[in-house]
Design a protein around this ligand. Sequence first.
Ligand code: GLU
Length: 355
Amino acid sequence: MNKKFLNKIIICHIFLLLSVSLAAVAMPKISVLATGGTIAGSGASSTGSAYKAAVSPVEKVIAAVPELSNIAKISGEQICNISSQDMKVEYWLKLAARINQLFRLGLADGVVITHGTDTMEETAYFLNLTVAYDKPVILTGSMRPGSALSADGAMNLYNAVAVAAAPNSINKGVMVVMNDRVYSARGVKKCDTINPAAFSDQENGPIGRVNYGKVSFNARPDKRHTYQSALKLGIFTASLPEVAIIYGYAGINSEIVEAICNTGIKGLVYAGVGNGNPSEEVLAVLAKASENGLTVVRASRVPGGPVTLDAEVDDTKYGFIVSDSLTPQKSRILLMLALQKNLAKPAIQQLFFDY
Ligand code: GLU
């Protein structure tokens, strides 16, 4: 081989190596924070419905999708390893603190949280109110464990990382990516117990699509979120005020409602019938509790539509707050965060309209 030709080959190789490493440097840094759920679950049979959630550690969840390294520089951390029915405030605070820290120190351009689907919408909304940065935070999970036929976790994780890495995901608040759809944290809800197309946003629909990692948005979330939030946590926040939810039904026993009001809770979300309506007897109990200092939010057990102020119930007279279009479970989160700020009732009501 002549010397000139050899030199050309060496130069070509150096050029190739340089461009490969430059591409790696340019790749977005995405932190995968694992919390458990079916995406980390496994079953004995590929066709049986029995399985155990939250068995695989984060390394295994990431290693199951080697294609992730083509679209981002991935790092993984285990926050907890639970089924999401066991999610609690302690883990929410840990997640929020870690995400804020990753962004503050410039250690991540985006975050993906793997999570059980049962309470995914609650964690998404909590973080939507408490992450103080406009960088993408995406929650994903799966409805089928990796051991099942047609498991959905690998594609969901790939798509979630693609959304977290996409430049046009910035400043859209926390999002949920499931089954090729992108949802905003405020409106998203689990609407099917077993189907892979389990999530929807009945008021607004999905805000985007992601198909084999190709991201497109069709809408912006219309409410405030993340870095604009008035509800940011202090670094010493270790717990939140206790808020309970009561579900309304025909013939409800108001003594049960009264007993719950007297347990020492600081707030109550009453998921009433229709436009958040309590029965006459329950109304009397709630009015008394409100007078004694309990903050009462009227929400609804109906899946669609807002709860409106001073409709059948005179909220102004009783000092009640209405949930607007927030579900009872998300109303509870907003109320817990508002109560730790010691806000007056009109200010809390405004939060329900704004966030
Ligand atoms: N109940 C479990 C959880 O929420 C499994 C459901 C799922 O992840 O799809 O973690």
